[in-house]
Design a protein around this ligand. Sequence first.
Ligand code: ADP
Length: 510
Amino acid sequence: VDIKKDSNPMHIIHITAEMAPIAKVGGLGDVVTGLARACLSRGHTVDIMLPFYECIQKQQIKDLELVTTYNSYHDGNWIPTNAYHGLVSGISVIFIEPSNQFFKGQNLYGGSYNELEAYLFFSRASLEWMQVTGAQPDIIHVHEWQTGALPLLYWDMYHYLSLKKPRLVLTIHNMEHYGECTKEQLSKSGLDGFTYATIEKAVDDRTIGHNPERLSLLKGGIVYSNAVVTVSPTYLKETLCTGWLASTLIRNRDKYFGILNGIDTAMWNPATDIFLPAKFNAQNPEGKKLCKYYVQRGLGLASEGILDGNHVLDMTHKVPLVVCITRLVPQKGLHLISHAIKRVEELGAQMVILGKTSDGRVEREFEGLAKLHNQGPSIRILLMFSEELSHMLYAAADIVLVPSMYEPCGLAQMIGMRYGAVPVVRKTGGLADTVFDMDDQSNHEMANGFVFEGIDGGSLDSALNRALAHYRQKPDEWNGIVQKVLELDNSWNNTAGKYIEVYNSVRVRL
Ligand code: ADP
């Protein structure tokens, strides 16, 4: 696709805890990579700064080289630090590697070091690197609580040193994690933590459980950034009404924007996806059947298809495959996911869950379900993180299920649609902005899936039953929906422009 270049190109540096595909746990990683690529193709200069996690697979980084050796402050010491540069799927990345224990371990999160202090260090070390190297981007784009202290460090420290030009944009991907922090911990970054313990600045001012001793890095980030973005218009409205940060967001309403995430259509492209046994797209959807057939065969599920050369003859259109790919956390509607397993089995359909949890109790619950179902012909519960399998499953799926309790934006439903899976979702946050019910007579043009509102099993059933009935009884109409979702454009091309507008509204023109 030919993408129009923006006038007035800018230099944008993202500072983030995740970047897909090398350091990804959830949607944050996808969003950073997708937005960065979209801005690059519009003619801007983009870098991403990332902790050099020990678990990053170095062979996925191209042209990796050490570029700067410097010291960055933490808790009374100057920590020797290395900055490396490399390319990750064509995007310039700077990796920050302190010589202490921070970011060591087998996983991105949950190492044996103090996570909050590690990200405080990373926030300061990123600014220190700019100071040392003389980088003056137009925009420093921070994400989530992990880099929430960076705007404080910028305005109250580095702006008095040599960083003059950059302006700060914060994207909040999920309001639930707000970076709880003591004054003493914040002081380890070199700021005076006590001066931030006010309602106007960073104190955690929940009415219930209010604790003047406690700060929130996310709140500090909201107050100190030039613009704050969250990841869908509906989630923006929800966050102004509920949650203890609502009052802070209302006070900062003028600089608070809701911009729907896009998906990275280079990474998520069924026409070129290297993980798929057969490629497909809206013009040529046949390959999808082969993907379903291979997944069914590969996982030992019953298949009604018959392989004829490179084609699959789909005899009856009776066994829809539902997939659910998710972090297994309460936000994602765990009780509805386990309810769906039962329901799908009763209805003679198939379901594959690809889910990862770091909570022992949830792990045991789903292991129990896996034991119960994984030997049968219709349900597979896979408790792991696998980028490769996720591509295969989206491609194989007839239905992608996203029954979240709340969902700031949600990528699974958009990726699913790009791979021709019809979404069944709960109406909340970004799901409400991207999926529209087939039976909603007032909005037929947008209709692309099945939606429910309640948080109980019965509500989910009402949408799932309709979806399955539709699949079985109206195959031609069903293929029409598949065609429609394959043609939808949920790419960053559509929404990156809104970020550029926000950048332009805060940048300094010298
Ligand atoms: P969140 O950011 O809350 O995790 P999103 O829907 O915004 O939710 O993004 C989730 C991203 O992570 C998607 O790209 C999804 O495919 C991926 N993902 C989630 N769980 C897994 C898993 N177990 N294996 C592979 N990919 C996963």
